[in-house]
Design a binder for this molecule. Structure first.
Ligand SMILES: [Zn+2]
Length: 306
């Protein structure tokens, strides 16, 4: 099973030579998601060799341009390349009214269906679910309504203990029952407790995305125990006043959420173009949260190795 994130844009609103604005590709057990879709996202997808036709769901956190100005271009390219597969886009309710007229102007028609799903901006909600993955949206605290997202694997089946099962003649239905923590009855009538024949399940992994937001400890409740927390840290601590004034976060704000939520790893992004290198953020982070990093365009975060 795989679960990794490719950072397509690690910068704040102003694109620079080194940092494009927000967009991230997530492959979670071969579900292909895009979170935010800033200007240039389609070029970044190409640059990092990601087949964007595989993307089935796009999650847009809020309607500041540096989080969705790339949508029309990406959808247009998907169409030019012959896409037929449906695409579902989740975002604030105004998103469809902004995007659809541009796509359909002049009688143009896409060769594939685009479904828009309105996010509830003020509460935690499950917005996507299948047999092994679920996606939650939850409120952030920004200048306009903004959602974070949590992509999490559902609890995994228990592992069969290969040494123990040698002693029994088990059928397929027995394996299924054991893996879902049910005791079994053998043909002989003998009862077996699932604990005797199984080993603990693999840990279910989760990725939390928080951009853009000012610090709010309420957020930590929505991302508690995440394997990796991506939290914006647009500013350094020395620019905390600017962070507060613009409803953004500093490295300290991001680390405070990571500590409160007891996440395994913190990565920060949405880095202001005023900082020419990562150094300031890295120096601050190492004092604040040990297992942490600053995102860069093209960075791949493999959750199975955290
Ligand atoms: Zn914003």
């Amino acid at each position: 099973m795989n679960f990794y994130v490719t950072i397509l844009g690690s910068g704040a609103a102003l694109p620079t030579k080194n940092r494009m604005p927000s967009a991230q590709y997530i492959n979670c057990n071969n579900r292909h998601f895009l979170i935010d879709c800033a200007e240039g996202a389609q070029l970044q997808l190409r640059k990092y060799k990601i087949n964007f036709q595989k993307i089935s769901h796009i999650f847009i956190s809020h309607l500041h341009g540096d989080h969705y100005f790339g949508l029309v271009g990406l959808l247009s390219s998907m169409n030019l390349l012959g896409r037929e597969k449906e695409l579902t886009i989740y975002g604030p309710k105004e998103l469809e009214g902004l995007i659809r007229p541009m796509l359909e102007f002049g009688g143009a028609r896409l060769g594939f269906n685009v479904g828009f799903v309105e996010l509830k901006m003020d509460t935690n909600a499950i917005i996507y679910e299948d047999d092994i993955v679920e996606v939650h949206s939850f409120p952030l605290v920004h200048k306009i309504p903004t959602c974070g997202f949590l992509i999490k694997e559902k609890p995994k089946p228990l592992k069969i203990n290969p040494k123990k099962i040698k002693e029994y003649d088990l059928k397929i239905e027995h394996f299924k029952a054991l893996q879902s923590a049910q005791d079994i009855v053998l043909e002989s009538g003998e009862k077996c407790k699932y604990q005797e024949l199984t080993l603990p399940a693999q840990e279910a992994l989760s990725y939390a995305y928080c951009s853009d937001t000012k610090k709010s400890l309420t957020i930590s409740k929505h991302v508690t125990g995440a394997t990796v927390l991506y939290h914006e840290a647009t500013f350094l601590i020395k620019d905390q006043k600017r962070a507060n004034a613009t409803a953004h976060s500093s490295t300290k704000d991001a680390a405070d959420i990571a500590i409160a939520a007891k996440v395994k790893k913190l990565v920060v992004g949405h880095i202001s173009s005023r900082y020419k290198t990562n150094e300031g953020h890295l120096n601050e982070l190492k004092e604040l949260f040990l297992n942490s990093d600053v995102t860069e365009d093209g960075m791949c975060i493999d959750l199975t190795k955290v």
